[in-house]
Design a protein around this ligand. Structure first.
Ligand code: SF4
Ligand code: SF4
Length: 488
């Protein structure tokens, strides 16, 4: 990785695992149409409580999208990226997509622009994306073999012509790979998403990984298929099963493991807003946005000067700023100052990590454990067990803590009461973990965890995750005596 690529990745929450602890993303759902059909997709279905790639509750015009971006940017200093990820394919809706990207770039040039595409229309879009300064593009590539592809894609539409069967996948694959190679050659950071479909492409994905890396992909994200009958997708209705947790991890390992495989994906909606793992889209619903944003797309670009948005007339929680130009300037200032604070924080975390690694260095190499961590962000063990909606799972050894994945769980604490059924599900999610590190935990779940052989640990509350994990591992090694002779 070049220093420039590393620098660009570190403030994008999806491209950098470390970055996702500090930075937020925002998807604007401006692209309704799609030029292909995937057997796992049904854009008509939307459950507001669900995090599933592609779904969106509100479809926005470019004007509405820019109003929304301005409102979010004025209030969320963590925001570093504005992306278009659906609900259809951004490049199958080029006018809406490029009008939105141009408008965001003009209004808030410090934000990164990001696009997620199926790749069919990518080759002819490369120049325009590069000219706009889009630095991050995700291409979903589920196969590089049309024989596999014909079990995923029934048809594509290109140049007004519908193509079906194996030929559809051949054309799609060719264009995906061509677009990826051309983007990477122009210095765009490309991430490839692959949906893991058991029995269809599970054995094939490592080959996809090798191929896309050879063409310049920066990161590979293997995501589990979501397929339930109620979603009304082909796979959901025909009983195609989703992969198990172990199957997903095995394919991720087969793709090479390490930093080049994304482990912190949350399978976000096409209208998600906030840090990964949180979704604040309800706070920024269209009905609550400031009104009166002059936004006049002209053929070939955005017309007019800098946006002059009157947020004074806004209702709901967004009222307060006297005008949007001032709001945008204040937001930009807040982002700069937040960036400065993040850099300081990073330096502190690196120092603490160095000390923790030095203290753990005498541990034998085979002292390793898998743990879960409850965190609200900032890289700290800072979430209450009962409030956690997910756990980050790490493998810990003397060389540090490596993220294995993020696992969603049902809330244990509902209305102040512990929910027994949720606890059963949580125990299942944690079944391969030796401990769960939390900010706090009640007596009842602590006892249930202990009975299942899982240690509940709140002694490292509010410590950085890796420092806490290594501290716990050392203490456990001391306590169990397994390496007392060898631990300093
Ligand atoms: Fe759905 Fe995206 Fe596939 Fe189009 S490319 S059918 S929007 S999942
Ligand atoms: Fe990032 Fe994954 Fe969410 Fe896409 S779905 S925005 S890659 S976390």
């Amino acid at each position: 990785m070049t220093p420039d690529a590393a620098e660009r990745a570190r403030s994008h929450p999806c491209y950098s695992e470390e970055g996702h602890r500090h930075f937020a993303r925002m998807h604007v759902a401006v692209a309704p149409g799609c030029n292909i059909q995937c057997h796992y997709c049904n854009r008509k279905y939307d459950c507001a409580n669900e995090s599933r790639p592609g779904v969106a509750s509100e479809r926005l015009s470019p004007e509405e999208a820019i109003r929304k971006v301005l409102a979010v940017a004025a209030r969320l200093p963590q925001l570093s990226v504005v992306g278009i990820a659906g609900p259809g394919d951004p490049l199958a809706n080029p006018e809406r997509t490029f009008a939105t990207l141009e408008g965001v770039k003009r209004a808030l040039p410090d934000l990164k622009l990001c696009v997620s595409t199926n790749g069919l229309a990518l080759p002819e879009s490369v120049d325009r994306l590069v000219a706009l300064g889009v630095e991050h593009v995700t291409v979903t590539i589920n196969m590089v073999d049309p024989e596999v592809g014909e079990r995923i894609y029934p048809w594509i539409v290109m140049g007004g012509r519908r193509i079906e069967g194996r030929e559809a996948s051949r054309v799609l694959s060719e264009r995906q790979l061509e677009g990826l190679e051309r983007l990477a050659a122009r210095g765009v950071l490309c991430k490839v998403n692959s949906v893991l479909i058991p029995g269809v492409n599970d054995a094939h994905i490592p080959e996809v990984s090798r191929r896309v890396r050879a063409l310049g992909a920066f990161l590979h994200n293997v995501m589990p298929l979501v397929a339930a009958p109620e979603h009304g997708t082909h796979y959901g209705l025909t009983g195609q099963r989703e992969p198990t947790r172990d199957e997903l991890e095995a394919v991720q390992r087969a793709c090479g493991g390490g930093a080049a495989v994304m482990r912190h994906c949350r399978r976000c909606r096409a209208d998600a807003i906030g840090m990964l793992g949180e979704d604040r889209r309800d706070e920024y619903a269209l009905a609550r946005l400031p009104v009166n944003v002059p936004f006049e797309p002209t053929p070939g670009g955005i017309g007019g000067g800098a946006p002059d948005v009157d947020v004074g007339a806004a209702g709901g929680s967004l009222a307060g700023a006297s005008d949007c130009a001032a709001g945008a300037a204040a937001g930009s200032l807040a982002r700069r100052s937040y960036l400065g604070a993040v850099e300081k924080r990073r330096a502190q975390l690196a120092e603490a990590r160095g000390a923790a690694l030095a203290a753990a260095a005498p541990l034998p190499a085979d002292v390793r454990e898998r743990i879960a961590v409850a965190t609200r962000g900032e890289g700290l063990v800072n979430e209450h067990f009962g409030h956690a909606a997910e756990f980050q799972v790490y493998d810990v050894g003397r060389e540090g803590a490596k993220l294995v994945g993020v696992r969603q769980i049902p809330h244990y604490c509902l209305g102040g009461e512990g929910e027994e059924r949720s606890l059963d599900a949580i125990l299942d999610v944690l079944s391969d973990c030796a401990a769960v590190l939390v900010a706090r935990i009640g007596r009842c779940p602590r006892e249930r965890l202990a009975a299942a052989g899982i240690e509940a640990v709140d002694a490292h509350a509010f410590e950085p995750i890796e420092v806490a994990a290594l501290g716990w591992l050392r203490a456990r090694a001391e306590r169990t005596g397994s390496c007392r002779q060898r631990v300093a």
